[in-house]
Design a protein around this ligand. Structure first.
Ligand code: AGP
Length: 568
């Protein structure tokens, strides 16, 4: 007997339904849907069943050829109950599930699909058996005691087990409570090793914070210290077991950084640091663009792929394209054993621990820290940065965590600004040089959790268009930290003032005169401009967080967003 309970909306609603109408049994599939085809409503929610309600299936990803499959199945008499692409898979399995096992029927069905997916399938004809297939979307096995799990990500099973088996592309697993078998899509057995995950349960809990995002903002100093102690041994940056020879790095022609969203902004900061310290040409590309261009890369190109989850479909595809053209791949990633790490020649882990909030915070500054270290390391082995300079930079970098903590003690100042600005119709974030990416990232944080339109811009570009937007209804966040181009930002601020823009300045502590030009000032401790993105990120994260909270938004799970975008 197969029973289902489905609901649209948050998991809390489904929990309430299950309390009223509990489910029995010792095997099941559950799913939180990120809608691609069909509205997020109850009939489109997973699991989807075949015509006879004997098979139940859940699915992450997109079936690109679902329309033609659906019409041919309808011609064969199949009745569909939803507008989803997913439902074609379970009817296709039903079509093949005659005189063969569920895994065999699933293999045959999957061979007809185009697109990217991870699926979980059970059938009342073979109770106790769960079939999983991975093709373009992550899937992991959790090894428990007299129970086993299939999930799309580690935190989902962390409360029950830390023994994880990562499925690779085009692998199928037959899972029971006593064990599992993995085969390729032709049915050939594959042996798999398990990985022990050292995250503790508390990593995936709020520990007294109102939201995961706030907890993760406050974890940043600890994460930064962890990174520096992992990669700096006795004042020397230790990338020796990088897996790419120093000889290759010395002969490098260029670096191409590929990433999405926040990771892309980290890549832009990395460009400034790498070009300044390693004196090498760096291009930073959105993964979704890179994969469809004909990028200029060759055997002397190092492609640096940045991804918190290591499962972002666009970045995985960009890496595959780069490998096809012979480039070496270095990934900067936060998840051990994720697809990206297994597709790379070498990995620099960001050691940030699980980032649960959909809006990336600690993973972003962790990516920055690793990029700074990589820039200093390459500067040394390519004889572009004198030892004395690197020693001075390491010393300065080691002071940043304390400065982050000092700033976080002033959270209330940011809350005050958020309360005055949360009704503004739109925001413009402006930054220069290494803080231009900080402006992009600040705008992304605000828009993705508060839903207020916000855009980041290079401050020097304001006169080339955005200045037309300035009026008393628009908030402008100006990153005006101490630097040799600070006066240029002051000129931008004057231009905004004369058009009645509402300005929030992010300024270095001690700069009192900026208060004469702006409505609000948020001060951060002084530091080298090079490392200032590690500090500037915090007020921008907190400003977005508090504005979203005041506006009653779901900070940890913003509408329409997923933590790991495994579809293109
Ligand atoms: C950042 O706050 C967003 N959640 C999103 O832009 C994210 O950075 C992007 O999807 C890339 O994710 P990744 O780092 O896991 O590849």
């Amino acid at each position: 007997m197969l029973s289902t309970r489905k609901l649209s909306g948050k998991i809390k609603g489904l929990e309430g339904l299950l309390r009223k109408r509990p489910l029995g049994g010792n095997i099941g599939v559950g799913h939180c849907r990120w809608a691609t085809h069909g509205a997020p409503n109850q009939s489109n929610a997973h699991p989807h069943l075949d015509c006879k309600a004997e098979i139940a299936l859940v699915h992450n990803g997109i079936i690109e050829n679902y329309a033609q499959i659906k019409s041919s199945l309808i011609k064969k008499g199949h009745k569909f109950r939803s507008q989803t692409d997913t439902e074609v898979i379970v009817h296709l399995i039903e079509e093949f599930y005659k005189n063969c096992s569920l895994e065999e029927a699933t293999r045959k069905a999957v061979s007809k699909l185009q697109g990217s997916f991870a699926i979980g399938v059970i059938s009342k004809r073979e109770p106790g058996k769960l079939i999983g297939v991975r093709l373009g979307s992550p899937l992991i096995i959790g090894i428990g005691k007299c129970e086993n799990f299939l999930a799309s990500d580690i935190p989902a099973v962390l409360e029950s087990t830390r023994e994880i088996v990562f499925l690779d592309e085009k692998e199928l697993v037959i899972l029971t409570k006593d064990g599992f078998r993995v085969t390729n899509l032709n049915g050939i057995e594959i042996s798999k090793k398990s990985t022990r995950i050292d995250w503790n349960i508390s990593c995936a809990q709020k520990q007294g914070y109102k939201h995961f995002m706030l907890k993760e903002i406050y974890e940043q100093p600890k994460v930064l210290r962890r990174i520096l102690s992992a990669y700096i041994k006795g004042n020397v940056i230790n990338f020796n077991d990088l897996g790419i020879s120093p000889a290759f790095l010395k002969r490098l022609n260029n670096i191409v950084i590929v990433a999405c969203g926040t990771a892309f902004h980290a890549g832009l900061v990395g460009k400034y640091a790498l070009e300044k310290l390693a004196r090498i040409t760096v291009a930073v590309d959105l993964s979704s663009e890179f994969r469809y261009r004909t990028p200029m890369i060759d055997k002397k190109t190092l492609v640096v792929a940045i991804s918190q989850s290591g499962e972002t479909a666009d970045t995985l595809a960009a890496v595959a394209e780069a490998k096809r053209k012979g480039a070496k791949i270095l990934s900067i990633c936060n998840v051990v054993g994720s697809s990206l790490t297994r597709a790379s020649d070498c990995v620099c882990y960001t050691l940030a621990g699980p980032e649960i909030g959909v809006a990336s915070t600690k993973a972003y500054t962790a990516q920055l820290a690793v990029l700074y270290l990589l820039a200093m390391y390459l500067g040394r082995i390519r004889n572009r940065a004198p030892l004395e300079l690197i020693r001075r930079l390491i010393k300065e970098l080691k002071t940043i965590a304390l400065k982050q903590e000092r700033f976080l003690e002033k959270e209330k100042a940011v809350l005050k600004v958020a309360k005055s600005y949360h009704r503004m119709g739109s925001f413009l974030y402006l930054g220069r040089r290494i803080n231009y990416p900080s402006a992009l990232e600040g705008a992304l944080k605000l828009k993705e959790i508060s839903y207020i339109p916000a855009e980041g811009y290079a401050a020097g570009e304001m006169k080339h268009g955005p200045i037309a937007l300035i009026d008393e209804y628009r908030a402008v966040v100006c990153i005006a930290v101490n630097s040799d181009i600070y006066e240029k930002m002051v000129s931008n601020i004057q231009e905004i003032r004369s058009r009645s823009g509402k300005i929030v300045a992010i300024a270095s502590k001690g700069n009192t005169h900026i208060k004469d030009y702006v409505q609000k000032t948020i001060y951060i401790p002084k530091c080298l401009e090079l490392f200032s993105p590690l500090l500037v990120a915090l007020p921008l994260q907190l400003l977005a967080y508090h504005i979203a909270v005041v506006r009653g938004c779901d900070v940890d799970q913003p509408r329409n967003l997923a933590k790991s975008v495994t579809v293109e």
